[in-house]
Design a protein around this ligand. Structure first.
Ligand code: GLN
Length: 540
């Protein structure tokens, strides 16, 4: 039988609950336990797929094609938990299911209510992750305790803990201790209120994790323990980390969080092995050099919009023992100033995914620069589509070549709508989503990096490479080296006679871990390192 950990957040949002959950998952896995992870998001959207990056940041895609919250990216980077559609629920999705059951007459004439129908549906969603494959299920409740919309979730987890027995479920509350400079003190009152609010819902936290800028002294710990009804040793300090978020698991480990959980849930006591993680951290903290990667995108001022891409680049750096510096370039600025102004010092150029017309020409200019100046280039999804347009216009001489997403009547639609997208009008969940296989051509860069010819990567797009142009591209040196085996869709293109020019229709960033950097990101950073070395040498 699976044991359950419920993680709530208090005082303010953006405390890094997802990161803390991932870290807890890692600590349990390091003790040989199998974890399953999920997040409950109290907003009404059925999933974040239709939300703007300004609202939500990156949309994280799972193998089974669910468009989910970016916290799931943390789960996947920190643990080996298998994520799916069941790993992320929203209020909207829960209600959608209850309402459709009501329409089918499943409730046999009863009045359908928040308690018990909505709460039952939430409990069912939690139960879906329990089973022999999971020693522990970690469920993160999004939002902040005290929000109106999180109430049904709190009620559901209270009931759930009661039903499975208190020895099989525990609560962890992540809270914030503001530091008041005027008095030089960490203040505990907001935490007391937040725990008070939780208790009024019948939930008493077993562990309190306190986000803070300053160390927690003994007195403060004692005070929090006393007022919040938590043993002092279960009051944990999670101070802002010095180097990287990947230190968080060790911060928690040093204060015995793993041991507390094992004890509280009577989990089997296995020996602990954090070595792979600490070795990775050592490499991260002691780079032998650095490279600069220019990211050219439309939402570049929003770090979260390309969260997994930045993470995966960092992983590539860990593999090559270098730190990766990011030069964030708004594609519109590049249109105004020209590529050289922004990219002259870059050791690599990456154009990530995106939607909509704004900034497209800037991305194309960046790609021309990388292609002609032989700067390592990596294009992802929209990045591959822009590389296709660039090559068509400037190497094949197809003036006005474009994607039909941006220009319906282009004379050369080198990127066009997938057939199954033609007659779709609904926006939510209708893209080509999730994992698809891809066969890589022998001798290609990607084939060499993956070390195998059949790969699987996740997709999220509506447009694709137009088959009509395949021959012209191949003949001019842009090789279509990755194809979907069933349908022949072009998934990877590579430029011959270039140090590194790889562009992919899928999103490889979702599958990179700090302890297992993704092959293409590894290869891209390696190429950037080589370019840097060559530039330094040339300067003498
Ligand atoms: N807008 C493009 C498409 O829908 C690219 C999508 C993306 O980059 N994720 O095909």
């Amino acid at each position: 039988m699976s044991k359950h950990i419920f993680v709530t957040g208090g005082v303010v949002s953006s405390l890094g609950k997802g990161l803390t959950c991932g870290s807890i998952g890692l600590l349990l896995e390091s003790r040989g336990l199998k974890v399953a992870m999920q997040k409950m998001d109290p907003y009404i959207n059925v999933d974040p797929g239709t939300m703007s990056p300004f609202q939500h940041g990156e949309v994280y895609v799972t193998d089974d094609g669910a468009e989910t919250d970016l916290d799931l990216g943390h789960y996947e980077r920190f643990t080996h938990a298998r994520l799916s559609r069941d790993s992320n629920y929203t209020t909207g999705r829960i209600y959608q299911s209850v309402i459709s059951k009501e329409r089918q007459g499943v409730y046999l004439g009863k009045t359908v209510q928040v308690v018990p129908h909505i709460t039952n549906e939430i409990k069912e969603a939690i139960r879906r992750l329990a089973g022999p494959e999971a020693d522990v299920v970690i469920t993160e409740i999004g939002g902040t305790v005290g929000d109106i919309e999180s109430l049904p979730f709190l009620e559901a987890i209270r009931q759930f803990a009661l039903e499975v027995g208190r020895e099989n479920a525990m609560f962890i509350h992540l809270t914030y201790l503001p530091f008041l400079r005027a008095v030089g003190e960490l203040k505990t009152k907001p935490t007391q209120h937040s725990v008070g609010e939780l208790m009024s819902r019948g939930i008493s936290p077993d562990i309190l994790i306190c986000r803070t800028e300053k160390p927690l002294d003994r007195d403060t710990r004692e005070k929090i323990g006393l007022f919040c009804n938590v043993p002092e040793k279960a009051v944990i300090e999670e101070r802002d980390v010095e180097h990287t978020i990947y230190e968080v698991p060790l911060v928690l480990h040093d204060q015995g969080v793993g041991a507390l959980i094992v004890e509280r849930l009577a989990l089997p006591r296995a020996s602990l092995n954090l070595d792979p993680w600490t070795e990775m951290l050592e490499r991260y903290k002691n780079p032998r050099g650095s490279v600069e990667i220019a990211m050219v995108g439309k939402y570049i001022e929003l770090h979260d919009a390309y969260k997994s891409v930045y993470e995966a680049l960092t992983h590539g750096g860990i593999a090559s023992n270098v730190s990766v510096r990011f030069r964030k370039v708004r594609s519109e600025d590049l249109e105004r100033d020209g590529a050289r102004a922004h990219l002259a010092h870059a050791d690599g150029v990456l154009v990530p995914g995106g939607f909509g017309q704004r900034g497209i020409e800037g991305m194309i200019q960046a790609i021309t620069f990388a292609r002609v100046e032989r700067v390592p280039f990596f294009g992802i999804c929209l990045g591959m589509q822009c590389a296709t347009i660039e090559f068509a216009r400037h190497a094949l001489g197809l003036a006005g070549a474009h994607s039909t997403e941006f220009e319906k009547d282009t004379p050369h639609p080198v990127i066009h709508l997938l057939p199954e997208q033609m007659n779709l009008t609904a926006k939510g969940g209708t893209m080509r989503l999730g994992a698809f296989p891809c066969v890589l051509r022998e001798g290609s860069t990607a084939r060499g990096l993956y070390g195998e010819d059949l790969i699987s990567e996740r997709h999220r797009h509506r447009y694709e490479f137009n088959d009509k142009y395949r021959k012209a591209f191949e003949e001019a040196g842009m090789e279509l080296i990755g194809l979907n085996p069933g349908r022949g869709l072009v998934e990877v293109i590579e430029l011959r006679d270039h140090p590194f020019f790889v562009a992919v229709q899928f999103h490889p960033e979702f599958k990179s871990k700090p302890t297992a950097p993704h092959p293409i990101f590894r290869g891209f950073v390696e190429a950037a390192v080589a370019r840097r070395a060559a530039t330094v040498e040339a300067k003498g």
